[in-house]
Ligand binder design. Structure first.
Ligand code: ADP
Ligand code: MG
Length: 627
């Protein structure tokens, strides 16, 4: 029996269309690019149910004549290229002429358009690429395209559409990129009937960022500009200064020859430019415009042109890195020159840090010590990057709960293992697993030095404690002590973030953190595991929100696993003793004893080694006692 059948033409078309548009943001991109190509100065985008229900782009561009409008939905219909030779020199976005054809193959499309000289506008209803209804209507010059019920006729694809919030986030970020790229265009975004963004034309990128992210954000922006005439490269735009950071990369935008692109090498170069000014796991915001000779860049490496390949990637990357570094240095030295001390608001913009392993060039913090930690922890504020909190919170100076050191908390939380020790002024002897060792002391208040039979052992106190805590958080939750905070931490967040968080409060709960949503913009942390009761919860919560966004496309179990792991690592990192903390011999012993009992004890949860040994053999070789 004959088995192979040819698919009907319209089925083939639907499958091909699904490859061009696989999510609502792709449609938005194609429609807005068309509006820009049409010379629009006003573009409004309307989204319903994450774009699954409705996407509408309305512009005041050149519009289409009736005959062109009808052609526009056909495959390979384009006004932008006539032959392959045009491909090289093309300046507009589209050149495949398949966007409208694809969109109308997988959604119910309405096109309303009027060309300047036409008397009336034309309205077309399109289904499965066929015009099902047409009429002449009064209309202003421009085009309005509505795509409804995405994938109504391709159920297999519909299943893969993500939650409304996920799609909204993709679309919003895309629109941000257009706003940053086209300052002269008035963009508006309406999500489920509410105005979400309104960006009238501006002259400079910094005021555009103020329209998108608010004035307090834009205050941190430093404009950059550099030209390398010999290489025909120009880099311009703006980056945030060292007083700002966020927990994800979603505010880093690169544009190459005016096209928004993603490029790993450029991201790395940007972050390298921030070296020493940005703690690990934290990211700046940046809008970088790179102008290069079109021959120096291949834009056809990605089906939707979202990535590019440079002919000389290192030249571009190193120019970017040095430009960023220089801009930050100049900004810093200008600030110092003005003898500007940080205003109290600025201090809150940067969440309080007590971890000097993560010190930054700009920081004005003191090395950690227990005394100051105790005082500081009684005054912690919940200031954050977005919504500064009042500097002073009404927290009493001392409470029994807040008066214990991190090491003491460790002891409270676990049943202390009785250890037999005999402490001499400089040495202490201790036997674990029949192995003898002496703690020589603490080096640089960061490393524990241990004398062993076979050499000198260095243990990184922070990494070691992190590993111990990680095990407690991930393995022994039932045994983990939690405390109700005497002074619950109130944290201000953006509405979107609260919505994202609200759906995942269970993850916090399963880690001993009890959170209640309090109004539209605030949450209250009521209780935490005893180990982390003094940490800056604002920071942890924002990190978790960033992970929620990052991982939300995974399936439920994978998502829970990922976020949970990250959370354990971060809680451990924050609660662990820091480099710079003075430790007593007893505390060092306790930590080493705990480390001995911990799985994977040779690395911290981030993969750094907890310790290493300088063998007696190596030492003797250095002294030329041995060869
Ligand atoms: P391409 O953009 O690659 O040419 P599209 O399928 O996106 O292909 O659009 C087909 C044609 O429809 C365009 O070449 C353009 O002439 C016309 N068109 C589409 N959208 C608009 C719009 N918003 N304003 C004016 N013309 C438009
Ligand atoms: Mg197009």
């Amino acid at each position: 029996m004959q088995k192979i059948k040819l698919l009907p033409e319209h089925e083939i078309h639907k499958i091909a269309a699904g490859q061009v548009v696989d999510r609502p943001a792709n449609i938005v991109k194609e429609l807005i690019e068309n509006s820009i190509d049409a010379g629009s100065t006003q573009i409004s985008l309307y989204i319903e149910d994450g774009g699954k229900e409705l996407i509408r782009v309305s512009d005041n561009g050149c519009g289409m004549l009736e005959v062109d409008a009808k052609k526009s939905i056909q495959k390979h219909a384009t006004s932008k290229i006539r032959s392959l030779d045009d491909l090289e020199s093309i300046n507009t976005f589209g050149f495949r002429g398949e966007a409208l054809a694809s969109i109308s193959a997988v959604s119910k499309v309405t096109i309303l358009t009027k060309e300047e000289k036409a008397e009336q506008g034309i309205k077309l209803e399109v289904q499965e690429s066929n015009i099902t209804d047409e009429s002449l209507v009064p209309f202003n010059t421009g085009t309005d395209i509505i795509a409804k019920n995405l994938f109504y006729n391709v159920p297999a694809r519909q299943k893969f559409l993500k939650k409304r919030e996920t799609e909204n986030r993709h679309i919003t970020q895309l629109l941000h990129s257009f706003c940053l790229d086209y300052l002269a265009i008035h963009f508006k975004l309406f999500i489920d009937g509410k105005v979400s963004l309104n960006c009238p034309p501006t002259k400079d990128i910094v005021s555009r960022t103020a329209q998108i992210w608010g004035h307090s954000f834009a205050e941190h922006m430093i404009p950059i500009e550099v030209e390398k005439p010999d290489k025909k490269i120009t880099i311009s735009g703006a980056i945030t200064n060292h007083q700002y950071f966020r927990y994800d990369r979603s505010n880093i935008f690169f544009f190459v020859n005016k096209r928004w692109i993603k490029n790993h090498q450029l991201s790395n170069a940007l972050l390298k430019g921030y070296l020493n000014a940005m703690p690990p796991g934290k990211y700046p915001a940046a809008c970088i415009f790179i102008q290069v000779d079109p021959k120096e860049v291949d834009v056809n490496t990605h089906p939707r042109k979202e990535e590019v390949k440079f002919l000389h990637p290192r030249t571009v990357a190193s120019l970017l890195q040095t430009t960023v570094k220089k801009a930050l240095e100049e900004h810093l030295s200008a600030q110092l020159h003005k003898k500007v001390t940080l205003s109290s608001q600025d201090q809150q913009m940067r969440p309080q840090q007590t971890d000097n392993t993560y010190s930054s060039a700009s920081s004005n913090f003191q090395p950690f010590n227990f005394d100051s930690f105790l005082k500081q922890s009684a005054q912690k504020t919940s200031g954050n990057v977005y919504t500064p909190q009042p500097a002073e919170q009404n927290v009493p100076e001392e409470t029994p709960v807040q008066h214990s050191s991190r090491i003491e908390q460790l002891e409270q939380a676990q049943q202390p293992t009785p250890i037999q020790t005999s402490i001499t002024p400089s040495y202490t002897q201790h036997a674990i697993e029949q192995q003898q060792y002496n703690i020589v002391g603490q080096f640089k208040r960061t490393y524990i030095l241990i004398e062993k039979e076979d050499g000198l052992f260095f243990v990184d106190q922070h990494a070691a404690h992190e590993r111990v805590l990680y095990q407690i958080f991930s393995k022994r939750f039932e045994e983990m002590a939690t405390v109700k905070l005497l002074f619950p931490q109130i944290i201000s967040l953006k509405e979107d973030d609260i919505m994202a968080l609200e759906r995942h409060l269970e993850i916090f709960k399963s880690n001993g953190i009890e959170i209640e949503v309090f109004g539209e913009n605030q949450i209250i942390v009521q209780s935490t595991p005893v180990h982390i009761k003094d940490i800056n919860m604002q920071e942890l919560v924002q990190e978790v929100i960033a992970w929620i966004y990052e991982y939300q496309e995974l399936d439920k179990d994978e998502f829970f696993k990922k976020v949970n792991e990250k959370m354990h690592a971060q809680m451990s990192c924050k609660a662990a003793i820091k480099a710079g903390d003075t430790m007593t011999i007893e505390q060092m012993e306790k930590l080493l004893a705990d480390l001995e009992k911990t799985e994977n004890r040779f690395t911290c949860p981030h993969g750094r080694p907890t310790g290493w040994i300088l063998t007696i053999h190596d030492i003797e070789k250095k002294f030329k006692r041995k060869l």
